[in-house]
Design a protein around this ligand. Structure first.
Ligand code: APR
Length: 237
């Protein structure tokens, strides 16, 4: 069986990281276009560095939850199986899936990663210090001022799209967890699965893409996923 799991901010909500669209369009008290767009970064780089430094610092105060751990259990089970394949694609920039039991290479962070920075000249990606700013020296060009957070901002192209499209084409089970279905192209993934695919949405509420799913499990991901994954794995074995 080919399984694709798409996660969004809702899966980390129980860990204490705020979601995006439940707070009047503001992200941690900032207009999204100020802190999550190339234009916002050119206008006020210091604000943007400060904002992501705070998000990165927040990661030290939170922990993965049962939903992250259940997904890791499923993916690791499939890694040891010759019959099944499961891939996680996350819109989240936190590292809670990794802390929940997955290896870095098992998590496709389509919107980037808080713990990484990128040289704007060479496009090389590095681990970010906790505090990144315009004075941080770039490990590749040894200059200051070239580094930015390794985050996909509005108007930029997400990572892993081609890989995702090719998996979605042959997907048998598509699991969407804690995402509002507002942001494309992730919101479109469910519609790219074949007709034979079972599409399951786990969310606190209905979303604008709910009608495309075959099954809705309403509630907290951390309450639903542990039993859901155990049952699924029984069926896989
Ligand atoms: N369990 C399940 N779902 C939850 C939970 C929970 N405990 N808590 C909240 N949710 C749901 C909400 O009902 C909502 O539908 O998670 C969803 C979170 O939606 P958004 O805040 O819009 O987050 P997301 O879908 O990940 O946003 C996509 O938008 O600005 C960006 O780049 C950013 O990756 C992000 C993208």
């Amino acid at each position: 069986m080919n399984i694709v799991i798409l996660t969004g901010a809702g899966i980390s909500a129980e860990s204490g990281i705020k979601t995006f669209r439940d707070a009047n369009g503001l992200w941690e008290n900032h207009a999204v276009e100020d802190v999550a767009s190339p234009e916002g970064f050119s206008r006020d780089p210091q604000l943007v560095y400060r904002f992501y430094n705070a998000r990165r610092a927040q990661l030290q105060e939170v922990a993965d939850n049962p939903a992250h751990r259940s997904i890791a259990k499923l993916i690791n089970y499939c890694k040891n199986s010759t019959k099944h394949h499961a891939q996680l694609i996350t819109q989240n920039v936190d590292d809670l899936h990794e802390r929940g039991g997955l290896k870095d290479q098992d998590v496709w962070h389509m919107h980037g990663e808080l713990k990484k920075m990128r040289c704007q000249k060479s496009a090389q990606v590095f681990t970010s210090p906790l505090h990144l700013d315009e004075k941080t020296l770039c490990p590749c060009c040894h200059q200051a001022g070239n580094l930015r957070p390794h985050i996909v901002w509005f108007g930029e192209i997400p990572f892993y799209l081609e890989e995702a499209f090719s998996l979605l084409n042959k997907c048998d089970l598509f699991l969407s967890v804690g995402t509002s279905g507002f942001v494309y192209p992730a919101a479109q993934f469910v519609s790219m699965t074949p007709e034979t695919c079972r599409r399951v949405e786990i969310n606190l509420n209905d979303t604008q893409i709910s009608p495309v799913f075959d099954q809705h499990l309403t509630g907290k991901a951390g309450d639903i996923l542990p039993d859901y994954v155990d049952e699924l794995m029984e069926g896989l074995s």
